[in-house]
Design a protein around this ligand. Sequence first.
Ligand code: UD1
Ligand code: CA
Length: 454
Amino acid sequence: MDSLSVVILAAGKGTRMYSAKPKVLHSIGGKPMLAHVIETAKQLSPDRLVVVYGFGGEQVRQTIGDDGVLWAEQAEQLGTGHALKMAMPLLPDAGRTLVLYGDVPLTRLETLQDLLAAAGDGMAVLTDVLDDATGYGRMVRGTDGKLKAIVEHKDCSPEQLAIREINTGMMVLPNGRLADWLNALRNGNSQGEYYLTDVLALAVAEGVAVESALVAHSWEAAGVNNKLQLAELERILQQNQARALLTAGVTLADPARIDIRGELVHGNDVSIDVNCVFEGKVSLGDGVEIGANCILKNVSVAAGTRIAAFSHLEDAVVGEACRIGPYARLRPGAALAGHVHVGNFVEIKKSTVGEGSKVNHLTYIGDASIGSKVNVGAGSVTCNYDGVNKFKTVIGDNVFVGSGTLMVAPVTLEEGATIGAGSVLTRTAPAGELTVARARQTTIPGWKRPAKKS
Ligand code: UD1
Ligand code: CA
């Protein structure tokens, strides 16, 4: 087959989003709608991919980037036919062109492949059959069932308004005829626009075969014009993702209560309780359990680890068979080895924690390296910041840090050191010794409480 070009129409303003952000940059599943369309289009391995942009052009180009994308500007939005014409200088004379919309994000690859197959080297339109076709262009067929024209809702006769087969907007066109057809378009219609849909009648008049393919699910052709439709498509994407996880063996407490805004990779026997959010790239090893209300962003969790409810992890690496939370917070640069315990109200930032170490209660660990089999007592803090610079705390293997210890960095706790509770460490705690750095307890004999004066 001849070369394939894809043109994505994305110049529309999106007035009903009431937003400074161009419509096609609003996100579904954590990714701009236009990026979804581009990703699907790229899976067709087209020879070129052109995005027609207009409103908010600089912002659109910057967000999407130039990787494998050519840009054509439509300065004035004069209609879908005019929009495609703006891409013509970037298209070859031969081959065929698939037209997609930047605000229709959930079309499946298989559907586009069906459409291309239906077109052959002629023309094909992706259609849907709706109970309520209000607003859509109607597919007008002759008594022989063959397509004759697409008529926009506002231009329909009463009989045409009754047609339930609609134009999704996605179509395949032969490049060889495209320039002539687009130049032949006139804007003498109810909206004063150059309608791309008018090329269908031109093709029929020239005896070019025009076929159609029916979309499998209506959401594949659903566009976004406002925040309500954006939210509806978000739910559909999330449902689809949840279904894929269940089918692949992940246990979900409720498939309606999980949000994946990125990519979730998983092993076997993974289970996820309700209301968890996964962002960016998350990988969960075999047997990982995630409690309710957890948020994981760019995190990798090795096999057998349990993350209890209300934990928040970002840019962190967690080893195997760890116990995290409830209410734990791992911030960027937290790297836990295997069998580590991190308990409630513990915050760990830019620190490594060695095999089998425990930091169980109400503690802040920042810019630290902690060895293996260390125990950090409740309410301990690495004082890593002097108001200007950050400093490191180094804790060797087998160290026992008593509760309520303040480690004023830079400071080292050598292997096997024991620190008395309530210590404020400002110097090295030597290996294997007990170090206590607090005022001694004194008792004042015979001291009397002040009495209330009458
Ligand atoms: C279009 C179709 C209609 C179809 C419907 C499906 C035409 C004339 N009508 O109508 O048959 O049922 O889509 O949703 O094609 N765009 C530009 N530049 C423009 C105009 C539009 O880039 O000058 C882009 C928009 O950003 C959008 C797409 O083209 O992504 C469709 O435009 P829209 O105004 O939504 O078309 P409809 O009137 O809904
Ligand atoms: Ca539309």
